[in-house]
Structures are given as C-alpha cells and as structure tokens.
Design a protein around this ligand. Structure first.
Ligand code: GRF
Length: 197
C-alpha cells in the first residue's frame, strides 16, 4: 500500500475528489495518509479533518529560507513514509533539490492542456482568462510529473473541455474542474499506485 501526501493551498476540491474516489474504491494500492497545507485557514484543512486525514501546515514564509522550508517538508514526508506527493492546488513552487529527491514521485494537476497556458504565473483564474483571451475553442486539464521546470514534467493524463460562447473565467474554471480535473487526478493517482506509470 502506497502512502499518499496531498499538498494544498486553497479550496481543496481536488483533494475532495481524491478522498471520494478512494472511498468509492477507485484508488487501489494507495491511501491518502497526509494532507500538507501551505497555510492555515484554508478550506482544504476542513476537508482533511472531516475525512480524518492527518494534516500538517508548513508555511514557506515562516520557515525563513528555502533550505529550511525544504528540510521542514522532508522531515514531515519522512515521518509519514510518503511514497507519492500529489500537488492539488498547491501554490508554492518546489525547489530543484526537492523535485530531484522525489523524482517521478510528485504529480500535479494543471487546469489547461499543457503546453498551452502553463508555466510561471499561470495559476487559478489567470489560466482560464488567458485561454479565453486567446480564443481557443478547447481547453482542459493535465496531470503531469513535477520536475524543476514549472508545469514542465512528463504528461500523464489529459482531458479536453469545450469552450462555449459566453463562458467567463469563473464558469470555465468550474467546467474544467468538473469535466476534467476531478476525473483525471484520481485516475492518475490510481495508475501510480498500481505501478502503471
Ligand atoms: C485547480 O484548478 C487546480 O488545477 C489548480 O488549482 C486549482 C485548485 O483548486 N492547480 P482546489 O484547491 O483543488 O479546489
């Protein structure tokens, strides 16, 4: 059984999708044993508490240096014997030391079809605003391995979502979550836990 840590910074709807998929028996070979929050006061922590999953807050700012932040993360991950890290709406960019240590053991969900609308600065609503500004007719979500390049690691799964006339960034964000993110993230986690990727 692989131990899964989910890193979160916000609402935690992707965390919820993972918890629900696990409950339905759609994630075999793995279990969410830790939620790591980037800050206090976020909804994702409530979701972890409700599901009885241990939750630890590691705040980058209060750590002082990047090295201290890395060491704090390493200590928690080692203590919980983590095999897979899932970035689910986690907003801090991890250091190259971190991504090297956990090579092919970190996956991220990004709300566009990479290589479109990705990389530094493309997060949250900004991704959907950029897609609408460009006038693309199809967008979607991507699950990928995390390396030292933001949104640059190997692609694991993608799912497309049609853009309709009148879609606002908020509407598109919701559509991409419901029609793509919440489906492909649990699927990719299940693939990892069953050594299929
Ligand atoms: C999602 O759109 C995800 O793709 C992106 O950040 C958002 C997080 O939402 N990386 P949530 O916290 O899972 O609700």
């Amino acid at each position: 059984m692989k131990n899964i840590a989910v890193f979160v910074s916000g609402g935690g709807t992707n965390l919820q999708a993972l918890i629900d998929a696990e409950k339905r028996g759609e994630v075999t070979g793995g279990k969410i044993t830790l939620v790591l929050a980037g800050k206090t006061g976020i909804n994702a922590i409530e979701r972890a508490n409700k599901a009885n999953i241990p939750c630890v807050v590691v705040n980058r700012k209060t750590c002082g240096s990047e090295e201290a932040f890395d060491n704090a993360l390493f200590a928690v991950l080692e203590e919980h014997n983590i095999d897979l890290i899932v970035l689910a709406g986690y907003l801090s960019i991890l250091s190259p030391q971190f991504t090297k240590k956990y090579d092919r053991k970190i996956i991220n969900i990004h709300p566009s079809l990479i290589p479109s609308f990705c990389g530094e600065g493309y997060y949250g609503l900004k991704v959907h605003m950029a897609a609408l500004e460009k006038g693309v007719k199809v967008t979607g979500a991507t699950v990928h391995f995390v390396n030292e390049i933001p949104d640059g690691g190997e692609i694991i799964l993608q799912k497309a979502v049609d853009i309709e006339k009148g879609d606002t960034p908020e509407v598109l964000q919701k559509k991409v979550m419901e029609q793509a993110e919440w489906i492909i993230l649990p699927k990719a986690v299940n693939m990892f836990c069953n050594d299929e990727i």
